[in-house]
Design a protein around this ligand. Structure first.
Ligand SMILES: [Zn+2]
Length: 312
């Protein structure tokens, strides 16, 4: 009886250690090509669909799994881990983070518990050390409860990447492209050279107007010029649907950022006030795109202020 109780206690503690509130959204791994997979999030605002609004990916090698981004809650990451476990028992070795924003990082602790090394771009500490990081986590504990809760914490990176970095795992070759401060404090992408699949992170939003925030939009546009030259078979954006037509997947973000830059540069140079400028721009090319209403005016204003600073 004593032994039975002990076994029961052990069982309960091991279950508790890995227990995450279940999600009702469908988290499903899709195979792109070879050993490259992605988990497509839905298109919505940050706290819709139980926070499942960003993509994550993974590549299975003979010596472990490389994960790209960690989704917006531990529960989602746990559901993703279950999907990985349907495919392989290989350990999760490395998580490559595109950038540190809430919708991509709160699942990290699940992979950390699996023993993975977290690789993140330079700039990550600027985010982690900021008040924004703590405040946002607090607010998500309310808005995304119970999937984000008091047990959810910000996972620190094990390795900071500040330049383009090649690595291999098993028979697979990988290339991380480090972009610097582009969409966030630090952004990078992961190319599975073996499977010719690029996981771009949030430098590309497919199927919706991107979130510009405090991005360095000139650098962002230049980065897209660079990324458009990378030859890849499959392209996995930070948000939206992956495809084998990289130019098409990149098209909306590419056109939108350049449109904002063109129109607002002229306005700032002519020193026209924002309200007038905004009303005068013909937005018809973009106004039917998802998230236009929610994001466009904010994006335009952020870019206007940014250009006022840099064009001085
Ligand atoms: Zn995102």
């Amino acid at each position: 009886m004593k032994i039975l109780m002990l076994l029961l206690a052990l069982l309960v503690s091991s279950v508790q250690a890995t227990e995450y509130e279940e999600v009702s959204v469908e988290v499903e791994a899709q195979n792109l090509i070879g050993n490259a997979y992605y988990v497509p999030g839905m298109s919505g605002a940050a706290t819709e669909y139980e926070g499942f609004i960003s993509n994550a990916g993974f590549v299975v090698t003979s010596d472990g799994v490389v994960v790209f981004d960690a989704l917006g809650t531990p529960s989602l990451a746990n559901a993703m881990l279950s999907e990985i476990r349907k495919i392989t028992d290989q350990p999760i070795k490395i998580v490559v983070m595109s950038h540190y924003h809430a919708d991509h990082i709160y699942g990290l602790q699940v992979f950390k518990d699996e023993g993975a090394q977290i690789w993140a771009p330079k700039g990550t500490w600027d985010y982690l050390d900021s008040e924004i990081a703590e405040n946002l986590l607090d607010s998500r504990r309310d808005l995304l409860f119970p999937w984000v809760n008091d047990e959810t914490y910000l996972v620190k990176p094990d390795r900071i990447i500040d330049q383009d970095t090649k690595f291999s795992l098993g028979e697979h070759q990988f290339l991380i492209s480090y972009f610097g401060k582009v969409h966030s404090d630090g952004d990078m992408s992961l190319l599975s050279v073996t499977d010719q699949t690029l996981y771009s992170g949030d430098i590309i939003f497919e199927g919706r107007i991107p979130f510009v925030g405090d991005a360095d939009i000139i650098k962002w546009a230049k980065t897209l010029d660079r990324v458009r030259k990378i030859r890849v078979g499959y392209f996995v954006p930070g948000h939206g649907v992956a495809s084998d037509q990289p130019k098409q997947t990149m098209d909306l973000t590419y056109r939108y950022l350049n449109f904002l830059l063109d129109k607002l540069s002229v306005a700032v140079e002519e020193m026209n006030p924002f309200g007038e400028v905004y009303e005068a721009i013909d937005w018809s090319e973009f106004e039917d795109e998802p998230a236009f209403e929610a994001a466009n005016r904010k994006n335009a204003y952020a870019v206007y202020l940014y250009l006022e600073r840099v064009l001085d």
